[in-house]
Unconditional design. Structure first.
Length: 334
C-alpha cells in the first residue's frame, strides 16, 4: 500500500494514489496543514521584519504554515502581483498590509471568489472587500495623540512640516489628517507650512533628503512630525546634524531605531504598536475563520492590546498604542 510519503513524492500521481488509500488515509490527506501568508508592504525594513516574527510565531503556536512575503520596494503593482501568485498557489488565507488599498481591491476580490480567506491590516477601507480588517487602535485617535505631543513639545506655536510613507497609505493619511485638524482647532499659533506632507516611500535616504530640503527652505521651522518610521528617524537625524534642539520631532518610531534619538534629545516622542503582534493577530483572525469560529466583539486574540477587541463595520480594533519616551523606550525589545 502506498504511504503518505510515497504519494507526496509521486507528484502527478497524487490524486490517483490518494483514492487508493482507505477512508482514514484520505481524510488525513484532506486535512493538510493550513497555509496562511502575510503580504506586507515592503521587504527589508525593520517594521516588517518584526511583523514576520509575529506571523511565524503564530504558525508555531497553532501548527500552521504561516509566513510572510513582501515586495523589495513599496510598489503597489508588485504587491498585487504577489497576491495573484498566492491565489494561483491556492493558499488558505492571505493577510495583506497594502501600500495602496484601492489598487488591491480587484485582486482581493479575486481571492475571495477563489474561496481564500482575506484579512487586511492598516486598511480599514477594505473592510467588506476583505473578510475583516485588523487595526491596532482607532487611527484618528492615534493621529490626534501624535500631533498633540508635537504641539506640547513646540509650546503650542511655530511652523512645522510632516512626512508620510506615501499619500496612498491609508493609515498614514488618517493619522496625518486627523492630527492636522486637531492642531488647527486647538493651536491657532501653529502653522503647517506645506501644501501636503512629504512622501518618503519608507526609504531613509529619500526621507533625509526631503527633510533637509524643507529645513533649508524654512529656516524658522520649529517642528517635524513623521507618519513613517523613516520620516521620524531621519527628521531626528537631520536636526541632530544641525545641532537644532529647538526643532521638535515626534512621530511613528521603533525602539530599536528611534531610541538613540530619544536618548540624545533630538526626538521628543515616538508612537507605535508592536508589528509582530499585529501580524500574529491578523493570522489568528484568519485561522478562526478557517476553523469556522465566530468573530465577536470582546474576544481575546492573545496579544497585548488585543485582549478585548471591539468590532465595528467589519473592522477589528485593538487598544495597542505604545508611546516611547527617553525614560521608557528600553523596556521594549523590537
Amino acid at each position: 500500500m502506498l504511504t503518505r510519503r510515497t504519494m507526496l513524492k509521486g507528484g502527478t500521481g497524487l490524486v490517483a494514489a490518494s483514492l487508493a488509500l482507505p477512508l482514514v488515509g484520505r481524510r488525513a490527506l484532506a486535512e493538510k496543514q493550513l497555509e496562511i501568508v502575510m503580504c506586507a508592504k515592503q521587504e527589508g525594513i525593520s517594521w516588517f521584519d518584526d511583523m514576520r516574527v509575529g506571523v511565524e510565531q503564530f504558525g508555531k503556536d497553532f501548527g500552521v504554515n504561516a509566513y510572510q512575503i513582501a515586495p523589495e520596494k513599496g510598489d503597489p503593482a508588485k504587491q498585487a502581483q504577489m497576491v495573484e501568485s498566492l491565489i494561483a498557489k491556492r493558499v488558505d488565507a492571505i493577510l495583506v498590509v497594502p501600500n495602496d488599498p484601492k489598487s488591491m481591491i480587484p485582486v482581493l476580490q479575486e481571492a475571495r471568489k477563489a474561496g481564500i480567506t482575506v484579512i487586511s491590516h492598516e486598511a480599514q477601507s477594505l473592510a467588506g472587500i476583505a473578510h475583516y480588517d485588523v487595526e491596532a487602535f482607532k487611527n484618528e485617535n492615534f493621529g490626534r495623540l501624535m500631533f498633540e505631543n508635537l504641539a506640547k513639545a513646540m509650546g503650542g506655536e511655530g511652523d512645522f512640516a510632516g512626512v508620510v510613507g506615501a499619500l496612498t497609505m491609508e493609515t498614514h493619511m488618517q493619522w496625518f489628517n486627523a492630527g492636522l485638524e486637531h492642531v488647527k482647532k486647538n493651536y491657532p499659533k501653529m502653522k503647517f507650512v506645506l501644501a501636503q506632507p512629504l512622501e518618503d516611500n519608507n526609504d531613509e535616504k529619500t526621507a533625509l533628503d526631503k527633510v533637509n530640503e524643507v529645513l533649508k527652505k524654512y529656516p524658522t521651522l520649529k517642528g517635524l512630525v513623521g507618519c513613517s518610521v523613516s520620516g521620524t528617524s531621519m527628521s531626528a537625524l537631520a536636526v541632530e546634524k544641525l545641532r537644532r534642539k529647538d526643532i521638535k520631532v515626534v512621530g511613528l518610531g521603533l525602539p530599536s531605531i528611534n531610541g538613540v534619538y530619544l536618548d540624545s534629545g533630538y526626538e521628543q516622542e515616538a508612537q507605535c504598536w508592536r508589528p509582530a503582534d499585529a501580524g500574529y493577530v491578523s493570522a489568528h483572525v484568519a485561522y478562526k475563520l478557517l476553523k469556522g469560529e465566530a468573530i465577536e466583539a470582546g474576544m481575546d486574540l492573545k496579544r497585548p492590546g488585543y485582549e478585548k477587541v471591539t468590532l465595528e463595520n467589519g473592522v477589528i480594533y485593538g487598544d495597542a498604542t505604545l508611546v516611547l519616551t527617553k525614560e521608557n523606550w528600553k523596556n521594549y525589545k523590537f
